[in-house]
Unconditional design. Sequence first.
Length: 170
Amino acid sequence: MNEILEMLQGGDRRSIGRADEVVVRVQKNSPDFNLLFQGFYENDPLIRMRTADAVEKITATDPKLLIPYKQELLDLIRQIDQMEVLWHLAQIIPRLPLSPDEMNTLFPIVVGYLSHSGSIMKTFALQCLYDLSLQEPTLLPATISHLQQGLQSSQKAVQTRSRKLLALLK
């Protein structure tokens, strides 16, 4: 295990551990992004979760770092079932340069995230659907339908995100 991933070990799922330190380190030395990305393949769910958190934070300001990992990310989104990783992938995926076919393939996968029980997963899934539909307008009618369904959710966070995104569409 490399030094960056060692920084992401320990503690419990309620903590991001030293993920913010990893973010600062990788932002200062972008070649370390490859070492960080290896964390998606670790057996330890804490390392996978914190890797996803750090990758999401780093690529919010530097999405080009994702380009060499595009196919890996598209494969990961189909393979991973860890909720804490998935909600970060839902934030990361729209940052990729995606073809219309890739977006049409990803869309139903992200729709599947709406069946998770957690409101965090659902809100990030709705945001991802919205972001994808801005890039691929043929996805907009289905996105609007999911957002309207979100207004009926028993979870306030889902209702709020749905309301906010529908307002942005008007």
